[in-house]
Design a protein. Sequence first.
Lengths: 116, 116
Amino acid sequence: MTEDELSRVFAALADPRRRDMVARLAIRDATVNELAAPYDVSVQAISKHLRVLEDAGLVSRSKDGQRRPVHLEAGVFDLMTKWIERYRREAEDRFRRLDAVLEQMEPAAERRGAAS
Amino acid sequence: MTEDELSRVFAALADPRRRDMVARLAIRDATVNELAAPYDVSVQAISKHLRVLEDAGLVSRSKDGQRRPVHLEAGVFDLMTKWIERYRREAEDRFRRLDAVLEQMEPAAERRGAAS
DNA sequence: AACGTGTTCAACCACATGGTTGACAACGAT
DNA sequence: ATCGTTGTCAACCATGTGGTTGAACACGTT
């Protein structure tokens, strides 16, 4: 479940255009047309991109007259950072352990108290 | 430059299998065969996945006899967290500002979408 | 030298994705 | 009621991606 959502989130952010839209949505909500304006593609293409972002839980679309303001759901970021931090930490721990091993292997080391 | 690399990193991590490999590589380096073992796919497929991870800068492959131990390059994580944190912060600032505005507006007023 | 192991390369297939255009639905304005 | 605007849906096309199998390369072993 989370596994799948994480995949969608990463996939959604793998596109520069979508990342740019997220960046702009971080500043303020925007309609589909507003979002499409800066790019040289059809509005339909942007609508598709928004669908991807929405399926990933990164944005939500509400209804206001005939326009649909898009809103960034920043909560999903936590999902990513949690995943990243976990393995970053694991890798760092590992480096630390490796350093310890290397210190211990130091042949010229004096017989002081060993690192615990 | 970073733009493109970021795309590759996100795309690389959009695949559950590749994320799983990263998770395992966070614990220890591994050869292609070791990495392929748990999955029900060909070694060639894993080799391709590793190429994707390598192009994203997430892993490096060295040479040791005829095997090529794969090593996690945890530094790339920083790239992601930096991107994420930036917009998360921006979005949070924005919420804070919005809250301030709402407070300032007497609660008698209806919540109307403010044009920028 | 010959063989087996570990890994990659090449060609191929199925499917997903990003783009297009055209039609349609929903709503505001005239 | 009709028209223009906003946005989505559907069909289509080109390209990318993950999988396969078969061949080749590199290295250790016999």
